[in-house]
Each structure stands twice: as structure tokens, then as C-alpha cells.
Design a binder for this molecule. Structure first.
Ligand SMILES: *Cc1c(COP(=O)(O)O)cnc(C)c1O
Length: 351
């Protein structure tokens, strides 16, 4: 016996690499290749450091009001966290407290099973179909909650709104979380349905579409009741999660709506160009509605290609997992970066 018998042992989530070299092409963690809005720089330049003496607003009301204006949702139906990972972790803790297993797809964001283990929540993975689409019938039985990313990661596929609505409508006794980390790249949000279903929580992030992965801003929108329960758990854990400067950065980012739309459109255009080039080179992939493409090659082995790309200074993501070990997840960078990836692949040979 030792103190180690009292330790909660978990297997942590493994994030994509953050290499130190500056001159690499980094297409491995779905970051945005464009800088945050200019207004964010102004906030940082003009920030009054005297303010840092004081604790931040635990209710994050300034940023919640700004989100309320942007999304047309009352502020008391919005919860803000330190990245959507924080929002999702809080949501698992709050809403998945029953005895029945929670459900999520077998191929999905690899943090879900980590949180389920961490919080000792029973879970069941529901296999996606062969083509990575979701079968709603898998989610109609008894369960303790449901979490689905839409569009899904790492496949990039978007499920039709009717399919997701059917899942939400058929599960009035469970909270259904839709993780919309990538919805701004051409997806359709479930947000309008939070008025109709009080068990639906929609989660979004500033990390991908707003170029602010380094600032850690995520938020959830749902019925007043859901948000109230989330706040109770948050205030029982750590009230001051978001710092003063980050709140101001979030507001500045929301204020420049045109820049946000322009960046998303540039990424969509680059993605569509990259799809055509990859197809011509013998790759196939689910039709991505995100800022990444999940591609497999007719001849080349994914793991070998991943390593050869890395040796050439191009980082993509490889998952050594059943069903997806023949795929690479390639984030959409700038047009120049994608051109260099395609140039590399055009001269590539695998022995
Ligand atoms: C990136 C990602 C997140 C987490 O993003 P944050 O940086 O924590 O906001 C959540 N869900 C999915 C599906 C993601 O891809």
C-alpha cells in the first residue's frame, strides 16, 4: 500500500504537436492561418495593466453581452469557458451524472472518452457507418446523455439537420450536446433549435474560425435552465476561469464581423482548391465542411506519408486508431502553404 493506491489514474488526451521551429508548415491542429482581427491587437496594446490587480468578473458579463448581440440569444442562455474544452468538460460534469451510458460516435473528437473516464461516466461508442455518416437509430435507445460534433472531427462530415433534430427530439430525458467547433466553415448551426428543445446545448469556440486558439475562449448556448446548472457547477469549481484581457480580446474579435466572415471564406475557398488538387493526386476523403480534410490515398501508406511530410517540414495529423489509420487529417492553411503541400505530393514517391 502507498499513497498511490488513492490516486485517480487516467489516460490523458494527447494534443497535436506544437513544434518549436518557426519555418515549418503547420497543418496538424486545425489552427487558423490568419491573424486575429486588428481590434484584438488594439486591446492588447491599450490594455490598462492596473486592472490586473482586481479579480475578473466571474460571470463574464461583458463577453456574454457581446455574444448575445452577435448571436441573438439572451445573455442568460450563454455560458463562457476557457476554450470549448473547458465548456465541454464542465458540461460532462454537469449533465452526464446518471447511471446509464452516454453515447457518442466511435470516430470522433478524442477528448470525449478522456473526460468520461476522468469523471467516471459510463459511455458507449456508436460505430459510424462505413462512409462515416451517423445512423440516428443508434441514438434512440436509453442513454445518460449524447455528445456529437457537427461537423464531425476528424472526418469533416456534416450530418443533416433533420438527423440531429430527430436525435434531440427523441431524447427528452437526456441532454444532447452538439459540439460546433467547425460550424463557421460552411456548416449549418443547430442554434435556432435551442428555443424549441430545452435539452439541447450548442457549443462553439473562438479557437478555429476566430484565430484565437492561444487565448482560450469557448461558449455554450442553450435553455436558461441548462445554463443555470452549468454555472452552478462552474462556481463550485473555479469562479475566475477567464482573465480580464481575454474577455476584452473576445469582445474585440466579435466586433469585427466582416474580418471574421472574410477569413472563413478564404479558408473555404482554399479548402475547395485543395480538395480538387488532392483528388487529382489519388486521394479520397469525406466531403469536408471544416477547416481540415481527412484524406486517404489509393496507394500510399498514411503513416509513412505522415513521417515523410514531417521530415520535409510539413506537419499534419495521423491517428494510429482502428478504422482511421489509413487517413491523414490536413488542416487548411494559407493558399501558399497548401500550394507547398501539393508541390511536395506531386514529386512524392513511396518505396
Ligand atoms: C478544437 C476542438 C475543440 C476544442 O477547442 P478549444 O480550443 O478548447 O475551444 C472542441 N471540439 C472539437 C470537435 C474540436 O475540434
Amino acid at each position: 500500500m502507498s499513497w498511490e493506491s488513492n490516486v485517480r489514474r487516467v489516460i490523458p488526451y494527447v494534443p497535436g504537436e506544437q513544434p518549436k521551429e518557426k519555418d515549418i508548415i503547420k497543418l496538424n491542429t486545425n489552427e487558423n492561418p490568419y491573424p486575429p482581427a486588428d481590434a484584438v491587437l488594439d486591446v492588447i496594446r491599450n490594455f490598462d495593466t492596473e486592472d490586473l490587480r482586481k479579480y475578473p468578473d466571474p460571470t463574464v458579463s461583458g463577453l456574454r453581452d457581446a455574444l448575445s448581440d452577435s448571436y441573438g440569444v439572451p445573455a442568460d442562455q450563454i455560458f463562457v469557458g476557457v476554450g470549448s474544452d473547458d465548456v465541454l468538460a464542465m458540461s460532462f460534469m454537469t449533465f452526464f451524472h446518471g447511471d446509464k451510458p452516454i453515447l457518442f460516435p466511435d470516430i470522433t473528437y478524442s477528448f470525449y472518452d478522456v473526460w468520461a473516464n476522468e469523471f467516471e461516466i459510463p459511455f458507449q461508442c456508436k460505430p459510424l457507418r462505413e462512409d462515416f455518416t451517423i445512423d440516428p437509430a443508434d441514438y434512440l435507445g436509453e442513454n445518460g446523455g449524447i455528445v456529437i460534433p457537427n461537423p464531425n472531427a476528424p472526418t469533416g462530415l456534416e450530418a443533416p439537420q433533420e438527423v440531429l433534430e430527430q436525435i434531440v427530439a427523441s431524447n427528452p430525458n437526456s441532454v444532447v450536446i452538439i459540439d460546433e467547433a467547425y460550424v463557421d466553415f460552411g456548416g449549418q448551426s443547430m442554434l435556432p433549435l435551442i428555443e424549441k428543445y430545452d435539452n439541447l446545448l450548442v457549443v462553439m469556440t473562438f479557437s478555429k474560425s476566430r484565430s484565437l486558439a492561444g487565448s482560450r475562449i469557448g461558449f455554450a448556448m442553450g435553455s436558461k435552465k441548462l445554463i443555470g446548472y452549468l454555472n452552478d457547477v462552474k462556481y463550485s469549481f473555479n469562479s475566475y476561469t477567464m482573465d480580464r484581457m481575454t474577455m476584452a480580446i473576445g469582445c474585440a474579435s466579435l466586433a469585427d464581423h466582416k474580418y471574421f466572415l472574410d477569413c472563413c471564406q478564404r479558408i473555404i475557398d482554399t479548402r475547395e482548391w485543395t480538395k480538387r488538387e488532392l483528388s487529382a493526386l489519388g486521394f479520397s476523403f469525406p466531403d469536408s465542411h471544416t477547416n481540415f480534410i481527412f484524406a486517404t490515398h489509393e496507394k500510399w501508406q498514411a503513416k509513412q506519408l505522415f513521417e515523410d511530410l514531417k521530415a520535409a517540414g510539413i506537419y499534419v495529423r495521423y491517428f494510429n486508431k482502428p478504422r482511421i489509420d489509413a487517413y491523414l487529417r490536413i488542416s487548411i492553411g494559407t493558399m501558399e502553404e497548401m500550394q507547398r503541400l501539393i508541390d511536395f505530393l506531386k514529386q512524392y514517391e513511396q518505396v
